[in-house]
Design a protein. Sequence first.
Length: 404
Amino acid sequence: MLANRIVRWFLVVVLLPHSWGLASPQQANANSASERQKALDIFAQGKRLQALPLLEDLVKANPKDDEALVALAASLVDHAATLTDAKAAAAERFRARDLLDRAWKLGNACPLAMNLSQFLQQLPPSGTIEFSKDPRVEKSMQVGEAAFVRRDFDEALKSYAQALELEPKNYSAALFSGNTYDRENNFAQAAEWYQRAIQIDPNIETAYRYYADMLARQNDLAGARKMLVGAAIAEPYNRAVWRELHAWAKLSGSHINMVYVSVPPPDGKSGIVQNSAVSSAWDAYRTARAQWQQGGEFTKHFPQQKAYRHSLTEESDALKAAAIRLVDLRAKPDTATLVAQDSAATQLLKLYDAGLIEPYVLFSLGDDGIAQDYSAYRENNRSKLENYVDQFVVPPLPADLRHK
C-alpha cells in the first residue's frame, strides 16, 4: 500500500524541524514582510490549516516566493486529509505537486520540499491514499488523519487504536500513533509505538526515521544514528533516508562516506600507465564479468530470466576475483607496497577482509539490475548489511557528543 511507505513524509522535515529556514525576500516592504513572517511562523508552529489562507494570499501576491510555495504545498496536503470527497482531496494533492515543481524551478531544494515532492510524485493516478483494504480500518484511519491535522490528538489516537483493533498489523496506524505521541512530547509512548511499527514491518524506513528525528530533538544523536542505520537497511534506495542521514551528519559535525572502488579501465584506455602487478587484479575482475555477460554464467544462475541484467552475484564474484589476486600480491614483499599505494586496491581489500563485498555492491553499485537482488539478500544477511553501514558508511559519533 502506498500509505505504508510514503504518507505523512510532509509532517516530518529533517532532524531539526525548522532547519530548512523561511526567510523574507529582500524586495518585500515592511508591511508585506511582516504579513509573510506571520504566515510562516504559524506554519512553522504546525498550525497548517490556520496558515493556509494566509499562504494563499502570499503566493497570489508573489508567485515567485519559493518558500511560501513550499509551505502552501505542505498545507494543502494537510488540508486534503480533512476532506471526505476523495476527488477534492486528490485535487489538493495534485495542486501541491505543481506548486513544488514551481518552487524547484525557482531553486528551492529544502528537505521539506524534496521529501514532500517525492511523496507526491509517487501518488497513484487517482491521487488517493489507501491505508487498508478493510473499509472499516480505512474509515478509522481517515478520521484519525483528519483529527491529527486539526491537532485533535486525543481523537487521532482513538481512531488509530480502532484501526489497530481491527487490523493489528496495520503499519500506518502504529506509526501514526507514535508520531501523535511525539507531537504531544510524550516521548516514552512515542518510542513504544515507533518500535511497534518497526516490528510490524522492519523493511519500511519511515518509523526508523521518525524515531531518529525524535531522538535527535532530545540531543540523543547516538540513538538517532542507530535508527538511521536501520532506515538505510530497510530502504537503501529511498532518497529521503539519505537526506536524513546527511542532516544527522551535519548535526554531528561529520559526513556520510560515499564508498566506491574505482575500477580502472584496461591498460591503454585511460592514457595512464598502470602498474602491471595491480592491473592484473582488475584484469581478473573484467574476465569474471565477461563470463557473466558472454560466457553463460547469467543463464546458469538465473535460468528463469530471459534477458541479461547486472546482478549482485556477478558484480560480487568479479570483485572477489580481483580481491583474491590482490591478497596474493599483498603477501609478496616485492608487490605489497604497490598494492598499498593503490587506493582502489586498498579499498577493495578492506571490504574483502571484512567480508562485506556484497553489501558494498548493493549500496554503492545498486543499479536497476542489482537492486532486484536486495530484498532476498537482506532476508538472510541483515547483520552484514548493518555492519557495512556502521563500519563504512555512517561515521561514529564524535566522542564529545556521545553522552549528551
